[in-house]
Structure formats: structure tokens, C-alpha cells
Design a protein around this ligand. Sequence first.
Ligand SMILES: NC(=O)c1ccc[n+]([C@@H]2O[C@H](COP(=O)([O-])OP(=O)(O)OC[C@H]3O[C@@H](n4cnc5c(N)ncnc54)[C@H](OP(=O)(O)O)[C@@H]3O)[C@@H](O)[C@H]2O)c1
Length: 269
Amino acid sequence: MRTTDGDLVLGLYRSRHPRDVLEAAAGLGVARLDTASNYLHHRSHEVLRTAAGDLLPEFSLSTKVGYFPGEHSLDPARLRAAVEQAVKDLGREPDTVLLHNPEHARPGAGMLAQACMVLADAAQEGLCGSWGVSSWDPRPLVDLDAPSPDVLMVRAGLLVGVDVLEAAEALVTRWQPSQVWGMSPFDGSTAKAVWERFDPRIFLQRSAPATKVQAAFRSAYELPRVGAVAVGTDSVEHLRELVGALAYEVDDQVVLEYRQLLRARRQPV
Ligand SMILES: NC(=O)c1ccc[n+]([C@@H]2O[C@H](COP(=O)([O-])OP(=O)(O)OC[C@H]3O[C@@H](n4cnc5c(N)ncnc54)[C@H](OP(=O)(O)O)[C@@H]3O)[C@@H](O)[C@H]2O)c1
């Protein structure tokens, strides 16, 4: 039974980037924001700078490159230009730049390594603090070697299928990232019918007075084991609820049994 010392990352994928939520995040001790060059119709960086530029120094900021208007690309020149543009639009160097869903390009090892080197070089030159890879579906990447990233970001939580979960863990073993971050703990929405069908509080130590949302969020740090989880909300109250979840303890035995159930479901005997 453990509490987490993991970080909550406020993810901006679905967000309108409301200033009150960013202010509340800083006040609640949420020290990290995650965005991407294509979020908010490719305007996330610019909007962050213009609407909340004074708040940005409060946060460690990660962003992603790879999605361009109308298409995804791992072309090295375009990736490099995207990193430079991010610095201009944000008005500062991002702390981390991630390659955004490289699996979309179905890369071979050579193409992936080349794309990673663009970001590694950018970090080396000070255009960003560190670099990494964010993958929604890491299954096409598991057999590929790549330079060891500072960060690997993968889906996390109770709704991650066993194939994706195990592919993420295989990548961690293969690439040896310095940090592993999770994302999308509610699979994009707490309103999905599946969340009505079970009570995630079973994953917490019995005495925890948590809400179902808190239990689902807290469990995401264990499936797979990650040091940070990027979660989206445009509500100050919801953010407060999420921050409160970090104090709860997960029941490791229940997580273990859940993993066994997931595996058994994939491999019926
Ligand atoms: N491939 C990639 O790189 C990739 C892909 C997906 C996501 N991500 C990262 O992960 C972040 C999170 O992913 P996501 O936004 O897709 O999914 P998510 O975090 O699983 O779900 C976000 C939804 O959960 C709701 N929510 C959050 N806290 C709540 C609470 N306390 N009570 C009720 N509802 C709550 C939010 O609604 P309210 O606004 O109403 O609170 C929001 O619509 C993204 O912003 C991004 O940073 C990265």
C-alpha cells in the first residue's frame, strides 16, 4: 500500500486554456503543464503566451511536435522548425519537447531514430530542457531501437487495454527513459458509461474517503507505473479534487489481480 510522490500534470489537449484554472493550478502546487503544437487548433502556444504569459514561469512546460496543420510528419526539417516555432510562440524554451505519436508515421528504426535525434539535438542546443516521446499506441514501436529519451509518455489508467499496457512497459525496458509519464487517466472523459459500471475505489486502501474520480485518477499512477500523470480539466473544483487524490494509497494486491484479469481476458484458456 503506497501513496504516490508522482506529479500531476495539467494537460491542455481538451482545454480552452482558461486563466482561472491555470492560476488555481499554480496555487494548488500543480507545477507542470503539458501541451502540443497542435492543441487548441494549433494556437495553444500562442494563447498560453498572450493570455497567461505571466503565469508560465510558475510551471514546468512540456509540449509536443509532429502534428502539422492537416497532417502528421516525422520529417526532420519540419520537426526542427516546429521546435523553433514553439520557442517563439511560447516566448520561452519549453522544459520538455516530445515527439507526438510517432507511431502514426509507421516509422522504421532509422526514421524514428532520426526524428529522436532532432529533439535530442534541440535539447543539447538549449532550445528545450529535455526531450522525449509521447505515444498513444506504442505497439508499432516495441521492436524499434531509439536513442534513450529523457521522457516516455504513455496512456495510463484503468481503461488502458492490456496490449497497450504491456507494449508501454516493453518500451520502457527497451528505451530506458529517465522518466515515464502517464496520460489520459479517464480515457478522455469521466462521462463515459463504463465509469458508471464499476467502483474504482476497490483499487484504494479500504478506509480511503475518496470519490470515484479520485480513485480512478490515483490508480492511473500504477497502470503502468509512472512518475507523473497528465490529466485534463477546465474546472478549478475538478482540479482540486484531482490534487486531493494524490494522498490516497493504492492497494497493490488489487492492482496485481486486475492485471492478471486483463491478461486472462486476452489469453482465454
Ligand atoms: N498522444 C498524446 O500525446 C496524448 C494523447 C492524449 C492525451 N495526452 C495528454 O494527456 C492529457 C489528458 O488527456 P485527456 O484530456 O485526453 O483525458 P483525461 O485526462 O483522461 O480526461 C479529461 C476529462 O476528464 C474530466 N475530468 C477531469 N477531472 C475531473 C473531475 N475531478 N471530475 C469530473 N471530471 C473530471 C475533464 O472534464 P472537466 O473539464 O469538466 O473537468 C476532461 O474532460 C492531455 O491534455 C494531454 O496533455 C497526450
